[in-house]
Design a protein around this ligand. Structure first.
Ligand SMILES: Nc1ncnc2c1ncn2[C@@H]1O[C@H](COP(=O)(O)OP(=O)(O)OP(=O)(O)O)[C@@H](O)[C@H]1O
Ligand SMILES: [Mg+2]
Length: 596
């Protein structure tokens, strides 16, 4: 005998519409394609999904078609209800019986038309929203003639004759979904969300590429012309299948505890510098990316500028534009997708959302040598000499920061959820330091902060440093410095003018650059050290306050004030010129004065 009376639903219409309206619109394609794949897999012979277009009343609409067991009128009626899964296993990490409806209806109030062929008969139902209510649309049974006033309306219609007229086969099962959009005139192939959000041309292959890391090997997913720039239908190949053929480098590194890290290198395209080489003859653009992969699907995908910006956190000091990382968690990793499968959560306790950053330390640590050599271009050490390194060391000691170089203090919050959401993965320490083969390794050893000088405008843009002096990445303790910063250029201009009578232009240019760059780097490293020290030395300064104190904006204003540095810089130039033999060219490392 049951010990409870199960809970029911008091206001069903409200529950249904709230479940639908809450679903992120962008999940639509995934849900429809996933259904198509799940059905096609069950087809004994031709396992195929075709995504293309069809005209409905003269307007182009997106169409997803698949083989596999079809639905008869009764099954088609039932599948429209929520929590209705037919022939699949329902479960929190399996099927919910909702995907198709909740993900497509927010963007298709006008209609989502389902046609399915089962045992030679084709049934059709259109879901939509009328007078504020989601449901199956009623219409007269096609092909029947009724006496006026005696029409009988149906929700599921038999459309076998119509389908045959349209050239559709009835000798095997299939299912077709056509998205009618928000209104009859909407072209859902190019504008699936009716402008909200706006879609880029050929959005579809990109959306597939950013979701499916792999597909069942036996299912062919074909994308028809009109949805990409090729004239013939093309088979969609997911990233994992292209890894060894379209990329210059690929390695899958087992990282233990059910985690595999995939590293991919995609160099610049020879003829199109804005693109990567893998875009050649591909359905989709080729921007590098990072994502978490679970059961062949990608979550928290970041690509383009946001990925280039975050790449150093994952150990890519340079090269984020050409390096991709996929953090794959095993099928049995204790995760739960959220209700709409937009995010993953760790099972148990607080069910935190899974983030790529949770695995940043692991991605750094497991980096293969060939990736490391792409990611760690050496930077020129000209701006820093031994005196400055010593100065940083003693300043760090004075501020109590000397431990910083050993432990990843500032990145304390960064705990990987490896080991099934429990153990932390330690941040790389000495390993990272030894990888820095340039002059700045010394600075890092001395004070825990590693300056990385950026002289290439693309690197400056990728660190979001245009118009800014520097940015600090606490996870790796790297301080990226924009050597084209206008404050530095102004400093150089003024020093140049002040020193003009002292030497010829060329000698002076080199000297002014060395002296000002030294001051610039020093001011920024010192500002960061003072900022970090606040955390250690004052209870009133918490993480957020420190972030503000060493933000790119705060560092830029600190670097703008060089008036007080001018006299010392001029004196350094004088000293250098005075100590130089008359015919000698300037040494590459002038001795800079200690702080003024
Ligand atoms: N393209 C399709 N081909 C064949 N059957 C389909 C197709 N789309 C949906 N169905 C049937 O309709 C049912 C409901 O689909 P829906 O996407 O709403 O839920 P689900 O796939 O069972 O679960 P989930 O919430 O995980 O998507 C499916 O279980 C399946 O039987
Ligand atoms: Mg589904």
């Amino acid at each position: 005998m049951s010990k409870v009376t199960g809970l029911g639903v008091d206001d069903e219409a409200f529950l249904v519409s709230s479940l639908i309206d809450r679903c992120p619109k962008v999940m639509m394609l995934r849900e429809l394609v996933q259904n198509a794949i799940e059905a096609a897999r069950q087809c004994p012979d031709l396992k195929q999904v075709r995504i293309g277009t069809v005209e409905v009343e003269g307007v182009r609409k997106l169409r997803i078609w698949n083989t596999g067991p079809g639905m008869d009128a009764d099954a088609l009626y039932r599948m429209c209800d929520l929590a209705s899964s037919i022939g699949k296993v329902k479960g929190l990490d399996r099927n919910f019986g909702m995907g198709a409806k909740v993900a497509s209806l927010p963007s298709n109030h006008h209609g989502v038309r389902y046609r399915s062929c089962a045992a030679g008969r084709v049934s059709e139902v259109t879901l939509g929203k009328r007078d504020g209510v989601y449901g199956r649309l009623l219409r007269p049974q096609p092909g029947r003639v009724y006496r006026p006033g005696a029409e009988r309306l149906v929700d599921v219609a038999d459309v076998t004759e119509l389908a045959v007229d349209d050239g559709l086969p009835v000798d095997h099962d299939w299912t077709e979904v056509v998205l009618l959009g928000q209104e009859p005139g909407q072209d859902t192939a190019i504008d699936p969300y009716h402008g909200d959000p706006a879609s880029k041309p050929y959005w579809l292959p990109q959306a597939l590429y950013h979701r499916y890391f792999d597909l069942p090997a036996d299912v062919a997913l074909v994308v028809e012309p009109g949805l990409h720039w090729f004239k013939a239908p093309r088979r969609f190949e997911p990233l994992k299948r292209r890894a060894t053929t379209a990329f210059a480098g690929y390695e899958a590194v087992p990282a233990g505890q059910g985690i595999t890290i995939h590293y991919l290198h995609d160099p610049q395209h020879a003829a199109r510098p804005q693109e990567n080489a893998s875009s050649e003859d591909a359905l989709q653009a080729s921007s590098s990316l990072i994502a978490v992969v679970w059961r062949n699907e990608m979550y928290e995908v970041q690509h383009g500028s946001p990925w280039f910006y975050e790449a150093p956190i994952f150990g890519f000091t340079f090269g984020g534009r050409h390096l991709s990382v996929l953090i794959e968690l095993s099928d049995d990793y204790p995760l739960l997708p959220d209700m709409y499968r937009q995010f993953l959560r760790y099972e148990g306790s607080e069910q935190q959302q899974v983030r790529t950053k949770d695995f940043a330390a692991l991605v750094r640590e497991k980096q293969p040598g060939w990736v490391r050599s792409i990611a760690r271009r050496t930077t020129e050490g000209r701006a820093v000499n031994a005196a400055i390194v010593n100065e940083f060391g003693s300043l760090a000691g004075r501020l109590g920061l000397d431990q910083l170089s050993e432990g990843d203090k500032a990145a304390e919050g960064e705990k990987a959820e490896g080991s099934k959401g429990k153990a932390s993965v330690t941040a790389p320490k000495e390993k990272d330091v030894s990888a820095t083969s340039d002059a700045f390794a010394g600075v890092r050893k001395a004070c825990g902060v590693e300056p990385v000088l950026l002289r290439n405008p693309v690197d400056v843009r990728d660190r979001w440093l245009e118009g800014r002096a520097a940015c600090f990445y606490p996870e790796t303790q790297q301080l990226f410095i924009n050597m084209g910063y206008d404050g530095l250029l102004r400093f150089q201009g003024q020093l140049h003018d002040a020193a003009a009578p002292l030497a010829d232009k060329e000698t002076l240019r080199q000297l002014v650059e060395d002296v000002t760059e030294g001051h610039f780097v020093r001011r920024l490293v010192r500002a960061v050290l003072f900022g970090l020290a606040k955390h250690l030395n004052s209870k009133n300064w918490q993480k957020g306050h420190i972030e503000k104190a060493i933000s790119p904006e705060a560092l830029s204003t600190a670097a703008d004030d060089f008036d007080d540095l001018l006299p010392g810089a001029l004196a350094a130039i004088r000293d250098h010129l005075a100590s130089r033999p008359l015919d000698a060219s300037p040494s590459p490392e002038p001795a800079l004065p200690l702080p003024v």
